[in-house]
Design a protein around this ligand. Structure first.
Ligand SMILES: N[C@@H](CCC[C@H](N)C(=O)O)C(=O)O
Length: 270
């Protein structure tokens, strides 16, 4: 089975082209592909399938030719992946399946419009973040208060006083299961300048990752909220680089690098 490997600010993905919609991707297969010692290694899998051949997305076929079937490293099926959409778009253009410029990608979180050139950064319209109040997490034994932001998938973005570099995110943070029955992605961030934050994240289903696109937007929303703002542009520094988030009255944008780095054959037939 042919695969590619790509990443967006080091949030890395195994890409599986599936033009005939024949791959039967089980959670065990996904976990094996994402295993960093026994497999290819990644934070998640992006299956690239024509929207019209995918029953769960067929209704979106008129708007978007391709459906991003995203899976977390543990095989779970989340609603959205912001960096995944950017890498998915880069793959479509590099493979000649879409022309550079602007086009739509279908996701479980709805249709997302992307903008990219033949090379360089990829921007995705992430839609309107939904702010659902406050909640708390226990991160590395420290209680953190944050903003509950839904980006299609659930986030808790917590401003912390101590430098984010000093936290151990190796274990899943504790959180309120009444607020997040399906689990949550937890971000911690420091303000490090004017409209500039430093963020780390523990992702549901993938553990600590070096970047998270939906998490970067959620963090910008929480930082803006703390500053009494609702619009503006935020630089979000993560372990894997920097992304830019623009908050507008009725939507949000995520921009940053997205690259393909390898391709090969996975011996198993799925
Ligand atoms: N890394 C992603 C988010 C992937 C999904 C997340 N782990 C979840 O379970 O909701 C991003 O770039 O947004």
């Amino acid at each position: 089975m042919r695969f590619l490997k790509g990443h967006g600010t080091e949030n890395d993905f195994v890409i599986l082209p599936d033009a005939d919609a024949t791959l039967d991707l089980s959670p065990v297969d996904v976990a094996a592909l994402c295993d960093r010692r026994a497999g290819i290694g990644a934070d998640g899998v992006l299956r690239v399938v024509p929207t019209k051949l995918c029953p769960e997305a067929a209704g979106l076929a008129g708007e978007a030719e391709w459906f991003m079937d995203y899976r977390n490293a543990d095989g779970g099926i989340p609603e959205m992946c912001g960096n995944g959409v950017r890498v998915f778009a880069r793959y479509l253009v590099d493979a000649g399946l879409a022309a550079p410029g602007e086009f739509a990608v279908a996701t479980r979180g709805g249709v997302k419009r992307v903008r990219l050139g033949a090379t360089g950064d990829v921007t995705v319209d992430m839609g309107m973040p939904r702010v659902l109040g406050d909640s708390r997490a226990l991160v590395d034994g420290r209680e953190c208060r944050g903003v509950n932001v839904n980006m299609g998938n659930p986030h808790l973005a917590c401003a912390v006083e101590e430098p984010v570099a000093g936290f151990d995110l190796g274990r899943e943070p504790g959180f309120d299961r009444g607020v997040y029955p399906e689990g949550v992605n937890v971000e911690i961030f420091n303000m490090v300048g004017d409209h500039r934050v430093s963020m780390r994240v523990h992702e549901r289903g993938s553990g600590e990752t070096r970047s998270c696109g939906t998490g970067a937007v959620a963090t910008a929303v929480a930082a803006a909220h703390a500053a009494g703002e609702t619009t503006g542009t935020w630089e979000v520094r993560i372990l894997g680089g920097t992304v830019t988030v623009t908050l507008e009255e009725d939507t949000s944008y995520l921009s940053g690098p997205a690259v393909l780095v390898a391709s090969g054959e996975w011996p198993a037939v799925l």
